[in-house]
Ligand binder design. Sequence first.
Ligand code: PHE
Length: 445
Amino acid sequence: MARASESWSSPLGFVLAAAGSAVGLGNLWGFAYRAFQGGGGAFVVLYLVIVLVVCLPVLVAEMVLGRSTGHAPLIAPVTAGGRRWAPLGLLFLAAAIGILAFYAVLMGWTGRTLLHALLVGLPADMAASESFFALISSSGGGAVLGLLVSLALTGAVVAAGVRGGIERLSRWGMPALFLLLLGLLIWAAFLPGAGAGYHQFLLRWDPAKLLDPTTIRNAFTQAFFSIGTGIGAILAYAAYLNRRSALAIEAVSVVGMDTAVGLMAGCVTFPLVASFGLGEVVSGSTVGTLFIALPTGLASLGMAGRLVAVLFFGLAYIAAITSSVSLLEVPVSSLIDGLGWRRREAVWSCVGLVGVLGLPPALNTAALEVMDALFGGVLLILGGLLVALLLSWQAPARFLADLQGCATPPGLRRALLLSLRWISVPAIAVGLGVSVLDLAKMWLG
Ligand code: PHE
């Protein structure tokens, strides 16, 4: 049953769409939020090491799984590893649907910040930023509306198909976001107190933190969530890819862009927190770091700041859509591929389901944090572990043959396989164990 009725217009189209999937609220919101929870330089170092040494080979493996089978996430694991790998397909679906449910709520917050900046203005001081965040995050009806609008837009793009919808949006949204972040980075660097901001949250070096379970969990979660591997999203995209495109190079480009955007966003957010004395407001609800710091900082620039806020949250919203479409593509392509549904039917049924599951996180920030930790943390990391096991132990020949097919040098092929086997698998197993224990301690103890 070969699918391939759809395809990217070029390898660049795939890379941009995959980068669009990777770069999203995880970079802009998640990086700042998790870095704020602590760890300082140890969090940043762990995050970088995990991205490069652990996630990169997994990303290549996930791409191989998609391209070599040509199947959707529900079916590809069975094609590659046999019947007993069927649970992995189900895990992909559960994780993608669970993440999309709270992700769309965050998109709603982003959209409301955008509208607020456009129509009303920005918060000028601490008290105003507190009530500003309360307004965008917790007034029930508005949050549900934000969720539904975001899902509807995501559905519309996915219904338009791979090339016409997904690829077109990523082509210009990504570069525009990158340029704007660069501008903001330079502005933030010259704020009074900027140095203290970098120091306090990103550079303060305490080696003991390298062994802190919460720092380890946050670094693993952030790495997997931000790159978006372990959940079948990149697998779904790679199934539309032709045989020749060079996966290893493409994976490196995706990881490079994603990491750059995450670090840049941190370097914008923390000078603002320090410079405008927002530490206290932010620690009340760390999930709100970005949504508090940036609007409040930009308010100091008057009209120009308001304009930049509109641009930033507009582009953040577009970056979020290029991610949410990849999440929705996981169940949608599985219904098309596995059950022969038509794209439109699949899209709107999944949107309906996710809309219902999104109600708890829309109405309650604590529920959002729990879903983020479970679906965006534990399930995603578990998915990464299983992808690594499948391609390195169960089906290594498939891994090597697919990479050979796109002319990857033999040394690199073997190095990728070995690091998948001996570094990614054990490291993820440890990271997963630490994360589960840390969550259990937090919630039960
Ligand atoms: N990587 C996306 C982000 O950073 C979110 C995402 C997670 C996308 C998992 C696909 C799969 O916002």
